[in-house]
Design a protein around this ligand. Structure first.
Ligand SMILES: Cc1cc2nc3c(=O)[nH]c(=O)nc-3n(C[C@H](O)[C@H](O)[C@H](O)COP(=O)(O)OP(=O)(O)OC[C@H]3O[C@@H](n4cnc5c(N)ncnc54)[C@H](O)[C@@H]3O)c2cc1C
Length: 465
């Protein structure tokens, strides 16, 4: 960016424009594995021209009017925990660090609504409502490192989604600054039949359609009781059947997680039973309902060939659930690894599981190909694959990484599944978006982008093929 433009921007937003190199370096990418690998390999990753740290929605409007006037790209940054390459900058771009807009604006205990500035840390938002006996009910594994605006922008899922829904089920209203600087609040009443639901244009748009500046979420009261259960699963299909019967009977344990035998050995070594997987559940709600749920779930599980396991396994999961290794530690061990979340109907899911595991095992140097499910619906379920490769030569890591992704997404789509359950698309899944939307769907997305952001100012190169 030309120095004179940078100076002009600084005068429009005094003390809110930063161009120190260490700050710029810290915002060059998100937690996408491949950017960390390139950084570990000491490859050059470009920094933005500057960072803008707004303190209110009006600042964001000032920035977007300026960007629009001078055709400058703006890349929104929440807390940078995205794992699909949603953040990428060039020396021409402005990085908009929403983490500086982090206030709790309002909590309304009667209507169970809370409004937050979009950059607030998710755990801080949860803690603010918890003081009043309330909960957002959205617990992504990254809750302590992600923002509320990031959740909306990536269509995130929390670990308790089976009962409490994904972020789109929890959003009440969003305030958005459009690429031309106009501002709009979408979501006025508990429900509307006032044309298409425009909030969805920005849910999952990954910073390409507008800047989310405020979010109102629909809360819950904290549950009266919490209980745990665990079952050994002799085959993946027996576990899927049990889960299907549980949700289709209208029981809703907020957490239902089914690990294959390989993940049980790796993640639950104290609960290994020869060749079996594990189904873990957390039950929450009024005590009477939780007791009834525990009894019914046990009957359904046993009727489907599952065996009771120590419910301590589910408690252990809850305690350790947010611990993940750093990318660099894995690279140092000679591994490149990632997780890939997909979904399918009950009829498809066993086939998707088998096809993806088979496909991953054809990739050279694969040392792990495994999966668990973690989000359950009346009509189907997700799968969360984990792969790891340990090549002889670290220079081969990147190609193997992309081969694992390519084979997983194609095998999923060929088996009829959806290629992106909750981590979003970013630059990683972008080349595969047609597998999900079809060519007409991708073209419709391009048409919407062109209408909303005709100058292609917002996060260019992200999401849209
Ligand atoms: C260890 C770990 C565990 C994770 N677990 C989960 C999980 O359980 N569930 C889940 O869904 N995800 C999970 N993720 C992925 C990630 O945390 C989510 O995608 C999260 O919603 C991203 O939020 P963020 O604030 O960090 O967004 P960022 O990474 O900063 O940005 C994500 C995308 O949204 C855009 N964006 C961010 N803020 C705004 C805004 N205010 N307006 C417009 N665009 C914006 C960015 O441009 C980018 O394209 C995990 C990630 C990690 C590293």
């Amino acid at each position: 960016m030309h120095t004179s433009l940078l100076e002009r921007l600084k005068s429009l937003l005094p003390y809110k424009v930063i161009d120190q190199h260490d700050d710029l370096d810290a915002h060059r990418f998100d937690r996408w594995c491949i950017k960390h690998y390139r950084d570990w390999q000491a490859q050059t990753i470009e920094r933005p021209a500057c960072i803008v740290r707004p303190s209110c929605s009006a600042d964001v409007q000032v920035l977007m009017r300026f960007a629009s006037e001078h055709t400058l790209s703006v890349v929104p940054f929440g807390l940078g925990s995205g794992v699909c390459g949603g953040i990428e900058t060039t020396p021409e771009d402005i990085l908009l660090d929403m983490g500086s807009m982090n206030k709790v604006c309002d909590i309304n205990s009667m209507d169970l609504l809370a409004t937050f500035e979009a950059g607030i840390n998710g755990l801080e938002a949860e803690e603010a409502v918890a003081k009043l006996g309330l909960t957002i009910g959205h617990w992504p594994q990254s809750i302590a490192i992600s923002s509320v605006g990031g959740w909306v922008s990536t269509r995130a899922s929390g670990q308790f989604s089976t009962a409490y829904g994904n972020i789109e089920d929890i959003i009440y209203a969003i305030e958005v600054v459009l690429p031309n600087g106009d501002i709009v609040t979408l979501g006025k009443a508990p429900r509307a039949a006032a044309g298409p639901d425009l909030r969805h244009l920005f849910m999952g748009a990954e910073g390409t359609m507008g800047i989310i500046t405020q979010v109102t979420l629909s809360l819950r009261k904290q549950p009266e009781t919490r209980a745990f259960s665990a079952y050994y699963v002799p085959t993946m299909s027996a576990g899927f059947n049990a889960q299907r019967h549980i949700v289709q009977a209208d029981w809703r344990p907020p957490v239902m997680r089914q690990y294959d035998a390989s993940e049980v050995i790796r993640l639950f070594p104290d609960y290994v039973l020869s060749g079996c997987g594990l189904l873990l559940m957390v039950h929450e709600g009024p005590a009477d309902r939780v007791n009834a749920e525990l009894n019914s779930v046990e009957s359904i599980a046993l009727a489907n060939g599952l065996k009771c396991a120590d419910s301590q396994a589910a408690k252990d999961w809850l305690e350790r659930r947010n611990h993940v290794p750093d990318w660099q530690d894995l690279f140092d061990m000679g591994w490149i690894a990632d997780t890939i979340e997909v979904s399918g109907t009950w009829q498809q899911i066993e086939h998707i599981y088998q096809q993806v595991i088979n496909a991953l095992n054809t990739v050279p140097f694969v040392i792990n190909a495994s999966a668990h499910s973690s989000h359950v619906y009346r009509s189907g379920i997700n799968l969360y694959f984990t792969f790891a490769c340990k090549p002889d030569n670290v220079a081969d890591m990147e190609a193997l990484y992309f081969e694992c992704w390519h084979k997983t997404l194609h095998a999923t789509a060929a088996a009829g599944g959806g290629i992106a359950h909750h981590h979003g698309t970013g630059r990683l899944r972008k080349p595969y978006l047609e597998l999900e939307l079809g060519s007409v769907g991708v073209s419709l997305l391009r048409t919407l982008k062109q209408a909303i952001d005709p100058q292609d100012l917002l996060n260019p190169g992200n999401l849209i093929p």
